[in-house]
Structures are given as C-alpha cells and as structure tokens.
Design a protein around this ligand. Sequence first.
Ligand code: AR6
Length: 177
Amino acid sequence: MHVEAVASDITTERVDAIVNAANPGLLGGGGVDGAIHAAGGPEILAECRRLKADLPGGLLTRGQAVATTGGRLPARWVIHTAGPVYEPTKDRSSILRSCYVQSLLLADTLGATSIAFPAISAGVYGWPLDDAARIAVSAVRGTSAPGIELVRFALFGERALTAFRQALTNIPPGGMN
Ligand code: AR6
C-alpha cells in the first residue's frame, strides 16, 4: 500500500473512493462535506437519506462509515464517516482512528483500489492538526486492507500538508502507532 500526502481539493481526486468528513446526521454541512455534496450533486444526498432511514435514530455512529455513489465526482464512491469533535479533556482518539480504519475496510470491501482522505475532524471539529495527522497515518499504516494499493491524503493548506508529511516520515510503513 502506497501512502502519500498532497495539497488538493478532494472533490477533484481521480481515485476509486473519496472519504467525506461528515456528521452523524448525514445530510451535508460545511467544509469538505459541503464541497463534496456541491460537486457531486443530488444523487449523493438521495442515497444518504436512504442510508439514514436504516440507521438507529437516523444517526451514523461516530467512527463508523457508510458508502454512497460519487454522483458527478470523478470518484466512483463517497465514503461518509463522522469524526469526533475535539475535546481537550476527553481522549476521543480511538474514534478518530476508527474513522480511517472503517473507511479503508469499507473501501476494500467495495472493491476500491485507491482512496483519498481529508484531514477528518481537523476543521470545524477542532482537532489539532499535528495530532490529527499522526492518528490518521498511524491508523492507515496499521490497517490491513489487501485490495487497497493507494491511500492519498488530499489536504487543504500548507499547514495540513506539512503536518501529514511529517507524520508520514515519523511513522514508518508497518510501524509504530
Ligand atoms: N478538499 C480537501 N480538504 C478540505 C476541503 C476540500 N474540498 N474542504 C475543507 N477541507 P471539516 P471536520 C479540509 O471542517 O473538522 C461539516 O460541516 C479542512 O481545511 O470539513 O471533520 C460536517 O458536516 C480541514 O483541514 O471537517 C460536520 O458537521 C479538513 O478538511 C463537520 O463539518 C476537515 O475540515 C465536520 O468537521
């Protein structure tokens, strides 16, 4: 599995699946969620509504993942995961880790060979970028998803790119959490 970090708008990524940093309600929002729905069109929201109808209380548990069509996006699938809100006095890192693990496993199950992630929880949800990057890289490198050949972190801004590249350097393949 090749893992890389690039600066890009994830909605333009030509990979099999892109991951959406959604919220448990699954009906869109701001940030990367808003950008994905805007670029992918109404088919994505229609599928989200159908998935939501089958979820307990209509909510996706944080750390879990579901898939829809990519609609008009270059990607075939959008994998929606709801990250944790950052709370300095509570350790929610296992939930953030789970977002990456569950998204990768779901992509592999779908038959995707390439996937792009944004920096989940590192925007509106307030997770400090360096720690978010460390958790993301450690989760991806610690997950066995045999069909996945490429994992790309598609990041907004120089700070995010630097944080993820640093984490890729610090956490070797097959290595440490
Ligand atoms: N491509 C790549 N990265 C992006 C893009 C894009 N088009 N747009 C934003 N980012 P956020 P969260 C970066 O806030 O913290 C939504 O309202 C952004 O700079 O999108 O998980 C949902 O509905 C940041 O680094 O997600 C939820 O309610 C990263 O993506 C809530 O926000 C994540 O920022 C989720 O908050």
